[in-house]
Write a protein that binds this ligand. Structure first.
Ligand code: SF4
Ligand code: SF4
Length: 492
């Protein structure tokens, strides 16, 4: 990763340790000061909107079905009101590849913007749980004091209140996640019905609650620094033109404490360490872009406030690229970005094509394996077929199958003409052709599949017929005619 200071011959020693680990190897608990400023305000607003979507979306129903559903257990998905099933997994695969390329492209241009503004871990940690800390335990100094003090009545009360609120919020978050997976109706049943009736669902609810509680009460920023694969990939995804949260070392260095009434010859950084105090991952952004930085913007606000106080322009820490700071030139369309964009455009076109041409009913008709033709009464010959129908819609569908390219009869066995909503059916059907009309071993057949009188599919397959016997019969008939002719000629 680019180190702005090291470009100028700065120290790299900060890379030998993590901001959240003591020299002894013990975890260093981070007590970030509450940030205030325009970016924090904008992020709070944006987080509020995201949380509203996260908690509100599962309640949105369209025609009695969720607008969004990710039922990975039953492999049923609803995206913007459209149902997708296991047969659409090629779309899922394609979407995943497109998303990965999009992440590469987005990160190459905007760095970890996603981490700071959209990632649920940051949104919950910084905009929900951290706020609970400030509300219940006070500012960062109070939190440290409380943690380091012995157990007093105040500590029991504040810690107890905090743990309880954390647990309730974790429980609500777990319910929200389940609502996205199984829908609010099923979730309501888990909550209201006896536990033994929904033991799996109830267990999932408890497990998710415990998981969220553990992550936010104890694991916290370690999720981004130690676990998140996206964070660890930054070293290869970013380049010197990527926009990151960066310290302008050209303007800030040499850093020096501000003295009263001095004629300042040093850089604009007064080494107040406010940017370090607010950082939730415990790093000093002045060292350059680091793995730990989640682009939360807290240090921008802290430094802007300091700059305002010392009558300097804001933006000593800002969104900029390493090249932008070094040369004041910003280049977005680098060769890498153009390359990613081309791949992205191709993938998006393919995905759009598949989505637009995707049918709501999948029908396949194949001759039943291992079956030959059957000779029937009235000089008819039949073949048995398997018809598999997948109904991806939310309505039951009545099917009709017609032979399009020749005279014949289609007999669907049983009562399987109706395909229930969101289900797949396997139906047997006979096709009967007149023996006389069969002229070859494999007769091509074309079926039209109709729903509500509208043709939805055309399927071609073949029909096995008794052509050898017929050929034999024809030959026999020809031989007889030849004999007869020869005899006749002999008489003459
Ligand atoms: S907040 Fe700004 S002025 Fe203070 S140490 Fe950080 S970069 Fe320097
Ligand atoms: S360095 Fe700044 S943007 Fe990065 S995590 Fe720390 S406070 Fe947030």
């Amino acid at each position: 990763m680019t180190n702005t200071l090291s470009d100028e011959g700065g120290q790299e020693s900060f890379r030998d340790s993590l901001g959240i680990v003591e020299k002894s190897g013990k975890r260093k608990w981070v007590y970030p000061k509450e940030p205030k400023g325009r970016f924090t305000h904008a992020r709070n607003l944006f987080s509020g909107i995201l949380l509203l979507i996260l908690f509100g979306m599962p309640f949105i129903n369209v025609n009695g079905h969720p607008y969004m559903l990710f039922d990975i257990i039953n492999r049923k998905f609803i995206l913007f009101g459209v149902a997708f099933g296991p047969q659409d997994f090629y779309l899922l695969g394609l979407t995943m590849i497109t998303s990965i390329v999009f992440i590469f492209l987005f990160t190459a241009v905007f760095g970890r913007l996603f981490c700071g503004w959209v990632c649920p871990q940051t949104v919950f940690m910084e905009s929900v749980f951290r706020k609970i800390d400030y509300w219940v335990e006070g500012d960062n100094k109070n939190q440290r004091r409380l943690n380091e003090s012995s157990w007093t009545g105040e500590k029991v009360f504040r810690k107890g209140a905090k743990y309880l609120i954390y647990f309730v919020v974790s429980f609500l978050t777990a319910n929200m996640l389940l609502a996205w997976i199984i829908g609010v109706t099923s979730l309501e049943k888990i909550i209201t019905a006896p536990v033994e009736e929904h033991f799996a669902g109830f267990t999932a609810m408890i497990l998710f609650t415990v998981l969220f509680y553990f992550i936010f009460i104890w694991f916290r920023e370690q999720a981004c620094i130690l676990v998140c694969p996206y964070g660890r990939l930054q070293g290869v995804l970013l380049d010197t033109n990527s926009i990151v949260i960066a310290y302008d070392y050209l303007r800030g260095e040499p850093r020096q404490k501000k003295k009263r009434d001095e004629v300042r010859t040093a850089g604009d950084c007064i080494d107040c360490k406010e940017c370090v105090t607010v950082c939730p991952t415990g790093i000093d952004i002045r060292n350059g872009t680091q793995l730990e930085c989640v682009n939360c913007t807290a240090c921008i606000d802290a430094c802007d406030y300091v700059m305002k106080k010392i009558n300097k322009p804001r933006g000593l820490i800002r969104y900029d690229s390493a090249n932008g700071i070094k040369t004041s030139t910003r280049k977005i369309f680098t060769t890498r970005v153009i390359g990613y964009s081309v791949v992205q455009a191709v993938l998006l076109s393919i995905l759009t094509y598949f989505l637009v041409t995707r049918s709501e009913m999948d029908v396949t008709i194949l001759r039943t394996p291992g079956m030959f033709y059957q000779e029937q009464q009235d000089d008819m010959v039949s073949n048995l077929y398997d018809m598999k129908v997948v109904n991806k819609t939310f309505q039951n569908k009545e099917l009709e199958v017609k032979l399009l390219n020749r005279e014949g009869e289609v007999k669907i066995l049983g009562e399987k003409r109706s395909v229930p909503a969101q289900e797949a059916t396997l139906t047997k059907m006979f096709v009967l052709l007149e023996k006389e009309s069969i002229t070859m071993m494999n007769t091509p057949l074309e079926f039209g599949v109709y729903v509500d009188g509208k043709e939805i599919h055309r399927i071609t397959t073949s029909f096995l017929g008794p052509v050898e016997k017929k050929e034999h019969k024809d030959k026999h008939k020809d031989n007889k005619e030849d004999d007869h002719r020869e005899k006749k000629e002999g008489h003459e």
